[in-house]
Design a protein around this ligand. Structure first.
Ligand code: ADP
Length: 360
C-alpha cells in the first residue's frame, strides 16, 4: 500500500536487497511510521533516497546513527566561504581553481587525460587558511562540504572509526559533487609505527586508503582534501594518493594588512592611516592569519579597556562614546598576542615543499 513521504509525495516501499536484519538504515526506515519520525531521521531520508525513493546501494548496510551524525555534525550544504574572504595566497587559489574546482564543475571536460585523479593536500603552519580554502572550494564548486578531524576518528570514535569512514564516503557519494576535508590527516596516515599502534587504528588507516582509492579513477565528483601541519609524518602511501600538494604559508605583509582592515571594517570604528597599518604589518612578521585575527580582537578591546580605566562602568558605557581603535591599541596588544609559529618550523615546511610540493 502507498506511503506518504516526508515531502508529502508518494514514496514507494524501500527495497532491501541486503537481507540484513541488523540495525541498518533499511530495517529502520521500513519499520517507521512517517508521522513519528524525528527530524534527524527525516534528514537522513533526504540524503538517502533518490527521486525514486530507493535507497542507494552504498548505504544499505550503514547504521542510522552514523548517517545521522554525518548529516548533522560533519556535513554542511554551504560552508559560506568564498575566495574573496581569504587574504593573499593568490597562487594557491589559482592552482586550486584549475586543479580541483574546474574538474568538479565540469566532469565532462575533465575526463581521460584531463582526469584530475588523486586528492589534494594542503600543508603548512596552523592558522594559515587551509580549512578556509577547503570551504571555499566547496562554495565555489557548489559542492557539499564534509569536515572531519582525523584525530577525532582515533580518539572519539575508538573502534568505530572504520565504520564512520565507510559511512562518510558512502554519504558523500550520494551528495555529489562533494568535498571531504580531513583535518590533521597526518594522525590518520602517519608513517610512524608507534609501538602501541592498535589493531583498530591500523584497520582504520587501511579502510581510509581503500575508500580513497575507490573514487579516484571513476566518474565520481568527490574531492578529498587532507590538511596537515606535519606533512613530514605522512608516509609514501598517503603521498601517492594525495597527488597535488600545496604549501599554504604564513600571510605576506599585504595579506596581513588586508586581514586587519577586513576584520575591523566588519564591526567597528577604527582610525588607522596607511602608515599605521604598514607599521603593524612590520611588527607582525611571522604571525599567522589566525594570530592576526587574535591580535585584531585584542586590539579592538583597547577603547573599552581605556574607558573602564577611566572609571566608566560597563553598564553605563555608551557605544557612541567609545573612541575608535588606533595604532596604540595594536602596539599594546602586540605585547600579549605573540606569533604561534616558530622560525624553525618554517624551514621544515619549506624543505618538505621543495621535496614533495606541487608548486616548488
Ligand atoms: P588552518 O586550517 O590553516 O589551521 P583556518 O583556515 O582554520 O586555519 O584559519 C583560522 C582562522 O584564521 C580563520 O577562521 C580566519 O579567521 C583566519 N585566517 C587564517 N588565514 C587566513 C587568510 N589567509 N585570510 C583570512 N583569514 C585567515
Amino acid at each position: 500500500f502507498p506511503r506518504r513521504g516526508f515531502r508529502g509525495n508518494f514514496v514507494p516501499p524501500i527495497k532491501s536487497r541486503s537481507g540484513n536484519a541488523g540495525n541498518t538504515i533499511c530495517s529502520r526506515i521500513s519499520g517507521k511510521n512517517d508521522d513519528l519520525m524525528d527530524d534527524s531521521t527525516r534528514r537522513c531520508l533526504e540524503i538517502l533516497c533518490g527521486s525514486d525513493g530507493d535507497l542507494p546501494e552504498k548505504l544499505r548496510n550503514l547504521e542510522p546513527r552514523l548517517i545521522e551524525h554525518i548529516s548533522n555534525e560533519i556535513m554542511s550544504k554551504d560552508p559560506n566561504v568564498r575566495w574573496s574572504d581569504i587574504a593573499g595566497l593568490e597562487h594557491a587559489k589559482k592552482c586550486v581553481t584549475e586543479m580541483v574546482i574546474w574538474p568538479l564543475l565540469r566532469p565532462d571536460i575533465f575526463c581521460g587525460c584531463r582526469s584530475p585523479g588523486g586528492g589534494l593536500l594542503l600543508f603548512g603552519p596552523p592558522g594559515t587558511g587551509k580549512t578556509m580554502i577547503g570551504k571555499a572550494i566547496a562554495g565555489e564548486a557548489k559542492a557539499t562540504f564534509f569536515y572531519i578531524s582525523a584525530s577525532s576518528l582515533t580518539s572519539k570514535w575508538i573502534g568505530e572509526g572504520e565504520k564512520l569512514v565507510r559511512a562518510l564516503f558512502g554519504v558523500a557519494s550520494c551528495r555529489q559533487p562533494a568535498v571531504i576535508f580531513v583535518d590533521e590527516i597526518d594522525s590518520l596516515l602517519s608513517q610512524r609505527k608507534s609501538e602501541g599502534e592498535h589493531e583498530s587504528s591500523r584497520r582504520l588507516k587501511t579502510q581510509f586508503l581503500i575508500e580513497m582509492e575507490g573514487f579516484g579513477g571513476g566518474n565520481e565528483q568527490i574531492l578529498l582534501i587532507g590538511a596537515t601541519n606535519r606533512p613530514q609524518e605522512l608516509d609514501e602511501a598517503a603521498r601517492r594518493r594525495l597527488t597535488k600538494r600545496l604549501y599554504i604559508p604564513l600571510p605576506s605583509s599585504e595579506a596581513r594588512a588586508w586581514i586587519i582592515r577586513n576584520l575591523l571594517a566588519k564591526d567597528g570604528l577604527f582610525k588607522l592611516s596607511d602608515e599605521d597599518t604598514a607599521s603593524i604589518c612590520k611588527l607582525t612578521e611571522g604571525y599567522s592569519g589566525s594570530d592576526m585575527k587574535n591580535l585584531v580582537k585584542d586590539a579592538s578591546m583597547g577603547p573599552l579597556r581605556e574607558a573602564l580605566r577611566q572609571g566608566i562602568e560597563i553598564t553605563k558605557l555608551k557605544k557612541e562614546d567609545m573612541r575608535p581603535v588606533i595604532l596604540q591599541d595594536f602596539e599594546d596588544s602586540l605585547q600579549e598576542v605573540r606569533p604561534s609559529v616558530s622560525y624553525n618550523e618554517l624551514s621544515t615546511y619549506e624543505e618538505w615543499n621543495r621535496q614533495f610540493g606541487s608548486l616548488s
